[in-house]
Design a protein around this ligand. Structure first.
Ligand SMILES: [Zn+2]
Length: 500
C-alpha cells in the first residue's frame, strides 16, 4: 500500500516536471494557438512525449529516493528539477508582462559578460554552501515547490482537451480545382516576396548593387519602383494587405482568428476570403500556388488554391511532418527566449527550422514553375528574416543568428540573390521567363536597420517580354499596383482604389 502511494506521489511530481518543461508550448496553445498552425497529430505527439517524460522521471525519482547519501540525492533531484523550472519560470515572467525587462536584462548581460560571470559564480557559491549546510531542508524546498506548481497539471489537461479538435490545414493539393473560366490568361504571374528585404541594401544610387548579380540582371529589364510603400510595417499587417489590395491599420493574431484593428481600436474578423489576388486569379483561369511561412496561408486562401503549403515560424512539426516525439520538444525550444542561457539551445533549433522550411518553400516554388497551364505563384521566402543562417553558398552554422549586423544581413541578401537566380534559371529552362510577369518585392524594410522607413520596400516588376529598365521615383502603394496587375490580367471588375 505504502509503495503504491509512493509511486503515485512520484508520478504526480514527474508529471508536474514534464508540464513545467512544456509550459511555453502549452501556454501558447492556451493563449494563441493560431500562430502554431496546430494539427491533431501535434496533440498526439505532445501527449505521447509528456507521458514518456513522466514515466522516465517517475522511475528516476524512485531511484533517487533509494540513494542513501543525502547530498547526492539532493544533487540529482536538483538536476532533474532545474531545466523544467527555468523553462516554466522564464515563460511565466513573460506571461505576467516582464518580457521587456527580461529582454533588457538579456541584452545587458550580453554586453557585460564579465560582470555576469562574477554574479553567477557568487550565486553558485552561495547556493552550494547552503546546499551543503542545509541539504535536507533544501531537498524539501524543491519538493514543496513542485507540489505548489502541480495544479498546472490540471490546467495543461484542460488546455489539451480544449484544443483537441484543432487541425489546421497546412497543405493543399487540388490540381483539378477549377472555376468556370471567364477567359484564359496569356501569361504567368509570378510574385517572389523576400521577407524584410531592404531597398537600401539592394540599391545604390537607383541601381541594384552589382554584388547581387541576379537581382541586378532582373532589375535591368524591369520597372524599378524606388519609392514603393508596403501596406504594413510588419509581416502580419503587410502581407494580408498585399494579397487583398487593402491597407489595414493593424492586424492581430487572436486565439484562433486573425483580426483587423481599426484606428478606433475596433476589433473585427479579417475577412479575406471574398476578394483577394487568389480568388481573382482563380476566376480568371489561372492555376494558383502559394507557399510560405508565418501566416496560416492554406486556411486563409483554402478554396482558391491548387497547391499551397504554409509553415508556422513556431511549430517545428511543420518541417518534420512524420509523427515524431522530437517535434513537440523542438517546438517548445523554439518558443524559448533567444537570450542566454536558453537562447544557446533555442538558436540551434530555430536555425535548423529556418534551414528546413526555406529549403521546402524553395522546392515547392521550383516545382510550381513546371506547371503547363497559365499560373499565378506567390512565394514568401523567409530567409532574409532572422534567424539569419544563409549565405551565398547556402546554410551555415551562425553562432549569432539573431544578430542583425550588416555582415549577417548581407549574407542573407546574397542567398536571396542565389535563390532568385535559381528560380529564374528554372523559368528559362521551361521557356517561361520572358513571357511571364515576374514581380520581386518585400513585405517591409529591415526595421532595426532603418527605423522610420519601415514601409519602404524594393519593388521590381518585369512585364512579359520587357527588355529595358524603367525607373519610377514617385511614391506608390504596392498593394494597389498588385491589385491593378491582377485586374489587367483578368476580366473581373475589382476595386481599383485600394483603401479601407
Ligand atoms: Zn516580414
Amino acid at each position: 500500500m505504502f509503495a503504491r502511494y509512493k509511486i503515485l506521489f512520484n508520478s504526480w511530481l514527474a508529471l508536474t516536471l514534464s508540464v513545467l518543461f512544456f509550459h511555453p508550448l502549452i501556454a501558447t496553445l492556451h493563449d494563441n494557438i493560431i500562430i502554431l498552425q496546430w494539427r491533431v497529430q501535434n496533440s498526439l505527439e505532445l501527449i505521447s512525449v509528456i507521458v514518456l517524460f513522466t514515466v522516465i522521471l517517475t522511475v528516476a525519482l524512485l531511484l533517487i529516493d533509494k540513494i542513501p547519501g543525502v547530498r547526492l540525492r539532493f544533487a540529482l533531484l536538483f538536476c532533474i528539477f532545474i531545466v523544467p523550472f527555468i523553462s516554466f519560470f522564464i515563460h511565466f515572467l513573460q506571461q505576467v508582462d516582464y518580457k521587456n525587462a527580461l529582454v533588457i536584462l538579456g541584452e545587458y548581460a550580453h554586453k557585460n559578460q564579465l560582470l555576469v560571470e562574477i554574479i553567477v559564480t557568487f550565486c553558485g557559491a552561495v547556493f552550494l554552501v547552503l546546499a551543503a549546510r542545509y541539504t535536507s531542508k533544501m531537498t524539501h524546498v524543491i519538493i514543496i515547490l513542485i507540489l505548489i506548481l502541480s495544479p498546472l497539471n490540471l490546467l495543461a489537461g484542460w488546455t489539451l482537451w480544449s484544443i483537441w479538435d484543432v487541425n489546421t490545414k497546412i497543405d493543399i493539393n487540388t490540381p483539378n480545382l477549377c472555376d468556370k473560366k471567364t477567359h484564359t490568361p496569356d501569361h504567368n504571374l509570378i510574385i517572389i516576396l523576400f521577407d524584410s528585404l531592404s531597398y537600401e541594401y539592394l540599391y545604390k544610387n537607383a541601381s541594384v548593387s552589382s554584388r547581387y548579380t541576379n537581382f541586378h540582371r532582373l532589375s535591368s529589364i524591369s520597372d524599378n519602383y524606388h519609392n514603393a510603400l508596403s501596406p504594413g510595417k510588419q509581416t502580419l499587417t503587410a502581407i494580408p494587405g498585399l494579397l487583398t489590395g487593402k491597407s489595414f491599420d493593424n492586424v492581430l493574431m487572436g486565439y484562433r482568428q486573425i483580426y483587423k484593428i481599426s484606428k478606433e481600436n475596433k476589433k473585427e474578423y479579417l475577412d479575406i476570403l471574398s476578394e483577394n489576388l487568389f480568388s481573382i486569379a482563380k476566376k480568371s483561369g489561372y492555376k494558383t500556388f502559394l507557399f510560405g511561412s508565418y501566416l496560416p496561408y492554406c486556411e486563409m486562401f483554402d478554396r482558391y488554391l491548387n497547391r499551397g503549403h504554409s509553415f508556422s515560424i513556431y511549430n517545428y512539426a511543420g518541417v518534420e511532418t512524420h509523427f515524431s516525439l522530437l517535434s513537440p520538444i523542438m517546438t517548445n525550444l523554439i518558443i524559448w527566449p533567444r537570450q542566454s542561457p536558453q537562447g544557446f539551445i533555442k538558436n540551434i533549433v530555430v536555425s535548423q527550422w529556418q534551414k528546413e522550411q526555406t529549403i521546402k518553400v524553395f522546392k515547392f516554388s521550383m516545382a510550381a514553375l513546371d506547371e503547363k497551364n497559365p499560373f499565378f505563384l506567390f512565394t514568401h521566402i523567409y530567409s532574409t528574416h532572422v534567424p539569419l543562417v544563409f549565405d551565398r553558398n547556402g546554410y551555415f552554422d551562425n553562432k549569432e543568428p539573431f544578430l542583425q549586423s550588416a555582415e549577417n544581413y548581407t549574407k542573407a541578401v546574397e542567398f536571396a540573390d542565389y535563390t532568385l537566380g535559381e528560380l529564374i534559371r528554372k523559368m528559362e529552362k521551361n521557356t517561361i521567363f520572358e513571357s511571364s510577369e515576374v514581380i520581386v518585392l518585400s513585405d517591409h524594410n529591415n526595421r532595426s536597420m532603418f527605423p522610420g522607413k519601415e514601409n519602404h520596400i524594393p519593388l521590381i516588376i518585369k512585364k512579359p517580354f520587357q527588355q529595358i529598365k524603367n525607373d519610377l521615383f514617385g511614391p506608390v502603394h504596392t498593394e494597389g499596383i498588385l491589385n491593378e496587375i491582377m485586374k489587367k490580367n483578368s476580366t473581373i471588375k475589382i476595386n481599383a482604389n485600394p483603401g479601407k
